[in-house]
Design a protein around this ligand. Structure first.
Ligand SMILES: [Mn+2]
Length: 319
């Protein structure tokens, strides 16, 4: 398995109440990635963490790292904090689409496998706030246009239930899949964020299979939370069995992209936090690999529920 990290978490972060850690340059962030056990993948936020493609590639080479993805940010600029892809103002939507296209150009120039976009600011805070009919129509149009551009760089869309909007437009894996079905471009996929999936009251493993069985590609972000809020906790700290089950089904699907860490160290030491995350993620992956997949599938087919419970107790919980 391959592991990487969204490098924004390797510098200063903040919430409404506090600031955490110290600011870091992209070079300093990449140096930290190279020190995390088992990590060599980088998800870089475009356009805020990169310089020119040439300079960026030189830095990646210096630390012997690879791109997991380019993450295009269409929520930070002042005109997008209230939404980007679904806004009534066509100029605002067009500039968001243009940013995704520029991210695709950058991804192609540096050899990144795909662009991922989480349209967090699109949605609503209040009822009677947005025209749902227009919002849905606009997001199909805007994502469709962005997907059509430079099809050799696939566009992955990441759903999330809440934050920064109280209710995000793409509030579940199913809603994002419906969008991709409407868009109808084969060069698209879903970024399945373990914690986002939990917050949407999903089971991440089932969502992964739903993505693949719907005919789309999948890219995985790892973390954990308490299901109420996207806390970006260290992987498997709250949902160990869900984590192992996701690994089991990722192996069933022959998933070979990066498992990219979308977790925030906040009050913990950065290097320790990501080393523990790496350890538990590779541990869960290897544990899933030791399971007799054929036997599990056969027990499911035969509805041997008692056998499955026993199998989980013995082979996963080891009790
Ligand atoms: Mn994520």
């Amino acid at each position: 398995m391959k592991q990487g990290v969204i490098i924004g978490f390797l510098g200063k972060t903040q919430d409404r109440f506090s600031e955490y850690q110290q600011p870091a340059t992209t070079r300093e962030k990449l140096e930290i990635v190279s020190k995390i056990d088992g990590f060599d993948g980088v998800e870089m936020v475009y356009p805020y963490e990169n310089s020119t493609p040439e300079e960026t590639m030189a830095l990646m080479k210096e630390f012997d790292l690879n791109f997991a993805a380019i993450n295009v940010n269409i929520k930070k600029e002042a005109e997008w904090v209230a939404g980007a892809l679904t806004r009534p103002d066509k100029g605002i939507r067009d500039r968001a689409v243009a940013m995704i296209k520029k991210a695709k150009d950058f991804a192609k120039a540096v050899g990144a496998p795909h662009v991922t976009c989480c349209p967090l600011s699109d949605g609503y805070d209040l009822l009677f706030q947005v025209n749902y009919r227009d919002s849905w129509k606009y997001i199909i149009e805007t994502v469709g246009e962005a997907a059509d551009y430079l099809p050799e760089v696939p566009l992955f869309i990441e759903p999330k239930y809440s934050e920064t909007r109280v209710h995000c437009q793409l509030d579940s894996t199913a809603k994002a899949l419906l969008l991709l079905k409407e868009v109808g471009n084969p060069n698209t996929g879903i970024t399945l964020d373990f914690g986002h999936s939990l917050q949407s009251a999903e089971n991440p493993a089932q969502s992964l299979i739903t993505i693949y069985e719907s005919g789309f590609d999948a890219y995985i972000h790892t973390n954990d939370n308490d299901t109420k809020y996207d806390w970006d906790l260290i992987g498997a700290s709250r949902h160990f069995l869900h984590y192992v089950e996701l690994m089991f089904w990722a192996q069933q699907c022959k998933y070979d992209k990066y498992f990219t860490t979308d977790a925030s160290p906040r009050i913990f030491n950065i290097l320790d936090f990501f080393n523990r995350h790496s350890e538990v993620t590779i541990g869960a992956y290897n544990l899933a690999k030791t399971l007799n997949h054929q036997r599990v599938l056969e027990m499911m087919k035969n509805e041997d529920f008692n056998g499955l419970m026993k199998f989980v107790n013995k082979n996963i919980y080891r009790i």
